[in-house]
Design a protein around this ligand. Structure first.
Ligand code: ADQ
Length: 450
């Protein structure tokens, strides 16, 4: 690897004096070793758009930030990023809100950031750009004269060429990507879709080894599945499970858990319907199983998010209304965040996890649940075939989240699964997530970046 610093750029800088989370931990050492910097928006709003990054004091590594204006937040963040790109990249073209001012604000914020970055970067620095908010950043950095090696990692899925055409500027997206040396995707399916788009819509030429040539530039597109620190998470779960409040775990009742931001991509209503179907079919399980769904709100104020909240509340209310009695409510729906330590303990105390997104880049909850299990008596992971994690985790119980009957059967299979099968599946899954952990992910991408 070269001697330069690692410059990480993402929409938001990690917050607080002790930022946590797998991504931050994975990049922490490299940032410190290379004297690197994490750059992104501050989370605060400014009256006018500034033209310089400011230092953010107090963190374990150097951070620099800029403030969005209220209009930029509306059009670049809530608008183009979260009402065009997010639904499009998750197969929900019906939820896209296409407006010219969204796209122009998106480009303007990326251009403004590129200009501010130019004043900070040095020729040897490697730049690692994260996620869909910043797709055109390399193009604008090149236009401002940057010759650095620049990599991009997409945390979401990538659409097929057909779906990508729902965007007003699909060929432009290919041009944006061609300005990176490396484009990292979560899964092989996404890398294939991206290469196909670069060729079919961007007019690129496929070369050997996952390289695409476009506009006289060569860009490598490959899968780098994002991961967790499985060993650290296992230790956390072991120590936290005994600290859970009394009454959460009952000897006579099995616990199923779901943990997702309340996002329409996560398939929570479909999951509730499948649980309802299971209860309809299996009266013998009434009072002997309950589902804990933990879903903090996200992107509040965007209509599609308000709708998903209403739909989820309605469904859990209907199922509880139909089946609950004075001792038992089948679903507990918690609409707020839960501390990471408590989550770890809850995963370990659960018999089954339902990770059933309609579409997901990776899904770290699937990996956290497996890491948290007691290998001598592990729980069962029910995993959607549409989570990127399904490529790496074939020993989960794989389901189609649109198929209510199949999911109801999977719930029954998982609750009744013999110990020997649970142990075999868990051991295979654990081996993968320990071997391919967050350091493996970060090192793999940085090596490809050079
Ligand atoms: P997300 O869509 O946020 O991430 P996910 O991968 O599941 O989805 O990560 C969520 C993280 O938040 C997990 O670490 C989880 O423990 C935590 N979390 C979830 N609900 C919580 C709650 N109620 N309280 C506290 N913590 C909670 C995006 C992509 C994913 C991709 C990741 C990383 O959409 O596909 O896996 O980035 O690349």
């Amino acid at each position: 690897m070269s001697k330069g610093r690692l410059i990480c750029v993402s929409n938001r800088i990690p917050s607080g004096p002790n930022p946590s989370g797998g991504l931050v931990v994975a990049l922490h050492d490299t940032l410190l070793e290379t004297g690197g910097i994490w750059i992104g928006t501050s989370g605060k709003l400014a009256e006018t758009a500034g033209n310089a990054l400011h230092e953010v004091e107090g963190g374990p590594f150097r951070r620099m930030a800029f403030d969005l204006t209220e209009q930029e937040q509306e059009n670049y963040y809530f608008g183009f990023s979260n009402q065009v790109l997010w639904p499009l990249f998750h197969g929900r073209t019906d939820l896209m809100e296409i407006h010219a001012e969204y796209l122009s604000a998106y480009k303007d914020v990326n251009r403004r950031l590129a200009k501010m970055l130019i004043d900070v970067i040095e020729p040897d620095d490697r730049i690692w750009v994260h996620d869909y908010h910043l797709l055109p950043l390399a193009l604008y950095l090149r236009q401002a004269g940057a010759k650095n090696r620049i990599g991009f990692f997409l945390h979401t899925p990538f659409p097929t060429p057909l779906a990508l055409q729902a965007m007003p500027n699909a060929p432009e997206v290919c041009e944006w990507l061609s300005n990176y040396e490396v484009v990292g995707m979560q899964a092989e399916r996404d890398a294939r879709a991206c290469i196909a788009s670069m060729i079919e819509l961007g007019g690129g030429e496929e070369l050997a080894g996952g390289f695409v040539q476009l506009n006289n530039r060569q860009c490598r597109i490959a899968a780098f599945p994002v991961a967790i620190d499985a060993t650290e998470f296992r230790t956390l779960a072991e120590s936290e499970v005994d600290k859970l409040p009394r009454g959460i775990v009952k000897p006579e009742r099995r616990l199923m858990i779901g943990v997702d931001r309340l996002d329409y991509t996560k398939g929570v209503p479909q999951r509730f319907k499948a649980f309802g179907e299971f209860l309809e079919r299996h009266e013998e399980w009434h009072r002997h199983v309950s589902m804990l769904q933990i879903s903090p709100p996200t992107r509040e104020g965007v209509e599609a998010y308000d709708n998903i909240r209403e739909e989820t509340e309605l469904l859990s209310g209907q199922i509880n209304g139909r089946y609950a009695d004075i001792q038992w409510a089948p679903i507990r729906f918690i609409n707020r965040p839960v501390p990471r330590e408590t989550l770890a303990g809850l995963y370990r105390a659960s018999d089954v996890a339902l990770v059933t997104p309609l579409m997901d880049g990776m899904n770290l909850v699937a990996k956290e649940f497996i890491a948290a299990q007691d290998p001598a008596d592990p729980g069962v992971l029910i995993l959607s075939q549409f989570a990127g994690a399904a490529e790496q985790m074939p020993d989960a119980v794989i389901v189609n989240p649109h198929d209510t009957e199949q999911m109801a059967t999977a719930i029954m299979t998982s609750l009744a699964m013999p110990l020997v099968d649970r142990k075999r599946r868990h051991a295979a899954l654990m081996e993968t997530i320990v071997k391919k952990d967050v350091s493996w992910w970060s090192k793999g991408f940085r090596t490809a970046l050079g």
